[in-house]
Design a protein around this ligand. Structure first.
Ligand code: NAP
Length: 317
């Protein structure tokens, strides 16, 4: 099939595009041409690259036509963040594509109510990002279920892979937290360290997209969580990473207002965003309907990413 991936050179695209090429598809990637995949792969030589700025072309109302003119059978939209943007694409592509896959986020759920969260639970998103993603999901699934548009929505957790810093056990992205644990130094965690994070390896996200494409009849009109088999508490995550470095974790717990003074404003914001959601999502539906079988646990995914940071001396112990 002829597959257009919008935003295919990032975390997920690095894995997804080679998967699709190797499965025999003709792949076209749209991006601004500013980034390279995190890892080289011979498959990229067989990919048609189209340079375009989706935000600028959305504003000029020409992006949908650009995608339609590429005559895709399947479109994977990795970078849609506004309902108007989704609507433009649907209006341009209705009746023109066999399958449309949107990359969502587990943050459409808002705070966890009943764990593990399944896809049927009500959406209570907060923050502009989660609210917009939930609105896009609702719109696309309604279009699909009314028979107007063959959409599937995949909701990844915190995407991890070699090449960038993973969400750390303090709930933010400063990789020095791993150095603290590796050296056996004390790490402060907010509250009791019992709030949760739910990672997924980028390669497993790519697998889920491929499985959704090859399971058209069970994926159209549906949304799926795409996460590792189990979420982690911050405390359990910190302890496991310290052990991985051959140390016992030395953890200290501080009430939120006190803890946030120990980190930068940016780190505190990232941690707040993560622990206010405290995701813990089920992959039972993706396993059953897509045959999704993640290769990485959360810890395996993080450890591969941290090994990369150490190898490239982004962090040193
Ligand atoms: N990161 C996470 O932990 C996480 C968690 C859950 C869900 N998600 C979802 O994952 C999706 C993002 O996937 P990702 O992490 O693989 O993305 P990413 O690493 O941020 O890569 C974005 C891709 O889009 C291209 N791009 C960015 N802005 C563009 C524009 N204006 N016009 C055209 N191309 C543009 C980039 O290339 P150029 O820069 O060269 O244009 C790159 O190919 C989003 O829908 C997000 O909501 C992410």
């Amino acid at each position: 099939m002829r597959i257009v991936v919008i935003g295919g050179v990032g975390h997920v695209g690095t894995y997804l595009v080679p998967w699709l090429v190797e499965a025999g598809h003709e792949v076209i990637v749209i991006s601004r041409g500013q980034r390279q995949p995190y890892q080289p792969h011979a498959a990229w030589r067989r990919v048609q690259m189209v340079v375009a700025d989706r935000v600028a072309e959305d504003a000029a109302d020409v992006f949908g036509r650009r995608v339609r003119d590429l005559k895709p059978d399947v479109v994977v939209d990795m970078i849609c963040f506004r309902p108007e943007s989704a609507r433009q694409l649907v209006e341009a592509l209705a009746g023109q594509v066999q399958h449309f896959l949107h990359c969502g986020t587990i943050w459409v759920h808002g705070p966890t109510v009943q764990a593990p969260t399944d896809e049927t639970q009500p959406r209570r998103p907060f923050g502009e990002y989660g609210i917009n993603k939930a609105a896009i999901e609702a719109y696309l699934l309604e279009q699909a279920r009314r028979g107007n548009f063959p959409a599937t929505v995949l909701h990844p957790g915190h995407i991890v892979g070699p090449g960038w810093a993973p969400l750390n056990p303090a709930g933010h992205f400063n990789p020095q937290v791993f150095v603290t644990l590796a050296r056996g130094e004390e790490l402060a965690l907010p509250n009791l360290g019992m709030e949760t994070v739910h990672h997924v390896h980028a390669d497993d996200v790519a697998q889920a997209f491929c499985q959704a494409i090859s399971h058209w009849s069970t994926s159209v009109g549906e949304s799926f969580h795409v996460v590792s088999p189990a979420a982690l508490s911050l405390r359990g995550y910190a302890e496991a990473m310290a052990n991985w470095f051959g140390q016992e974790a030395r953890l200290r717990y501080l009430p939120w207002e006190e803890w946030r003074q120990t980190v930068t404003a940016e780190e505190a914001q990232a941690t707040w965003d993560h622990i206010a959601h405290s995701p813990n999502c089920s992959i039972a539906k993706a396993r059953r309907l897509l045959g999704y079988a993640p290769r990485y646990s959360s810890l395996q995914a993080v450890q591969e990413a941290v090994a990369w940071l150490l190898d490239r001396r982004v962090i040193t112990i």
